[in-house]
Design a protein around this ligand. Structure first.
Ligand code: ZN
Length: 138
């Protein structure tokens, strides 16, 4: 189960709406206690994909490493990655699965006509062959 605090959630939604019609991406930082994860901080990152960003995002590995380091320094964990799907449902695409990491939670925000519509969270398996839904509370 992943619980996103109001402040972190507002950061994610504002980021996703601002970058519309392009995809946004960022990191989710907080604390992990067993299978309970609490996201207290969202860190917006730049979509570094060089093609059309309306249906694709790419994170710079160094941005992610920096977020991981900053989280550890504050005794926190890098819990996962969020990104948006402009005018598209919040599903986990084949590309999303291929580019995922089994140890992170992936939140997808559906932005319809520039406004937040719904969201889902996915937890890829170790082989990255499927990503079952993880309960998301915000
Ligand atoms: Zn996606």
């Amino acid at each position: 189960m992943i619980n996103v605090t109001q402040e972190a959630w507002e950061t994610m939604v504002a980021h996703a709406e601002k970058t519309f019609p392009n995809e946004c991406c960022g990191a989710m930082v907080g604390r992990i206690d067993g299978d309970q994860k609490q996201v207290t901080l969202a860190v917006p990152m730049e979509n570094s994909y060089t093609g059309a960003q309306g249906a694709r995002y790419e994170l710079r590995p160094e941005d992610l490493l920096a977020a991981d380091k900053a989280a550890r320094e504050r005794q926190m964990d890098l819990i996962g990655i969020y990104h948006s799907h402009p005018d598209c449902d919040a599903y986990f695409s084949k590309t999303d699965l291929q580019n995922s990491c089994p140890w992170y939670s992936f939140v997808v925000l559906s932005i319809q006509k520039g406004e937040f519509h719904h969201a889902n969270c996915f937890l890829p398996n170790f082989d990255q062959t499927e990503a079952p839904k993880e309960e998301l509370i915000y």
